[in-house]
Every structure is written in structure tokens, then in C-alpha cells.
Design a protein around this ligand. Structure first.
Ligand SMILES: CC(C)(COP(=O)(O)OP(=O)(O)OC[C@H]1O[C@@H](n2cnc3c(N)ncnc32)[C@H](O)[C@@H]1OP(=O)(O)O)[C@@H](O)C(=O)NCCC(=O)NCCS
Length: 143
């Protein structure tokens, strides 16, 4: 994996070494995944692509995807340590993911935007599905 723009390195996850740092990024953002580390570790291990952003040997960001490797990719989670947000790390992580699944062959790159993050995805050139006359459907635990 290439290094993109020092001092932040974007590289593929080495689960054994990186998992504590990844867990810390989820915990710092108060994401529920951090309450079930074994399940989160499974999700990281089974990701099609899992990347960390590293600054000064500290994992400051993480992204993981699920994909059939041919037509579709689902960007499951992307998150950055709160005190490192707004410094371009999310952009570096998402850009690397989007470039990894080129639209010359992949039909779509999809995700579900949490809370106030939709502006970030629009800034990254993504569109809400309604812009294409599409509707996304979901079943969820969330009330
Ligand atoms: C969303 C998140 C991953 C973005 O990462 P980040 O490192 O803070 O974002 P960046 O600094 O790379 O921002 C890239 C661009 O998006 C913009 N942006 C970032 N977050 C935004 C937001 N919530 N709303 C609108 N624009 C946003 C930035 O201003 C920047 O714009 P620019 O090109 O004009 O400079 C990060 O804020 C985060 O971890 N949030 C908490 C977890 C979360 O909600 N994840 C998304 C789940 S769907």
C-alpha cells in the first residue's frame, strides 16, 4: 500500500498489530462496535479492504469495506480520532477506497451516512441515491 501525503500514512491493516488501535478509534467515537471487540475483530478480519491512517505510529483513522470484488462495494465504516478530524485524514482514507474499486468496472460504491457525515461524502463527490431516482432500503436495529 502506498504512503499518501506525509505525515499521514494510509496502509492495509495488519490485524494482530493494529486491532488495539482500531478498537481505540471506535471507542473514541463512542461507536457501539467497541463494546463487542470480538465481533469487531471478526468484521476487520473479514473485510474486503481494511485500511488504517497512521500518524507518528498512532492509528488515527480506519475504514473497512465489503465487496464481491466485481460489481459492488459497501463502505461499512470510516472514522477518525475526534482530535484528528478536519485535517484531511478521512479524505485520504475514502479516496484510497474509492480508487481501489474503479467505476470503470464496479457498478456502484455505496454506504449509509451516519449523523452529520453526509456533507463529507458530498464533498468527496458522492451523491444521495435519490439523485439517481433510486431508493435505498434498509432493515435495522435502530429505532
Ligand atoms: C466523517 C469523518 C470520517 C471525516 O473525516 P475527517 O478527517 O474529519 O475529514 P477531512 O478533514 O478529510 O474532510 C474532507 C472534506 O470534507 C469536509 N467534511 C468533513 N466532515 C464533514 C461533515 N461532517 N460535514 C460536511 N463536510 C465535512 C471537510 O471540511 C473537508 O472539506 P474541504 O475539501 O473543503 O477541505 C470524521 O469526521 C469522523 O470520523 N467522524 C465521526 C465518525 C463518523 O461519523 N463517520 C462517518 C460514518 S457514516
Amino acid at each position: 500500500m502506498t504512503t499518501i501525503g506525509a505525515p499521514t500514512q494510509i496502509r492495509q491493516v495488519e490485524v494482530a498489530d493494529d486491532f488495539p488501535g482500531i478498537l481505540a478509534v471506535y471507542a473514541a467515537n463512542n461507536w457501539s462496535h467497541a463494546r463487542t471487540p470480538e465481533r469487531l475483530r471478526t468484521a476487520v478480519e473479514r473485510a474486503d479492504l481494511a485500511l488504517v491512517a497512521v500518524q507518528d505510529d498512532v492509528i488515527v483513522g480506519f475504514v473497512r469495506t465489503m465487496s464481491d470484488g466485481a460489481f459492488a462495494v459497501y463502505i461499512a465504516d470510516i472514522l477518525v480520532l475526534p482530535d484528528r478530524q478536519g485535517q484531511g485524514t478521512g479524505r485520504e482514507l475514502l479516496r484510497t477506497v474509492l480508487d481501489h474499486y474503479p467505476l470503470e468496472t464496479f457498478h456502484h460504491q455505496v454506504l449509509i451516512a451516519e449523523r452529520d457525515a453526509d456533507g463529507f461524502y458530498r464533498r468527496m463527490g458522492m451523491s444521495a441515491v435519490g439523485a439517481f431516482g433510486l431508493t435505498a432500503f434498509i432493515r435495522t436495529q435502530k429505532k
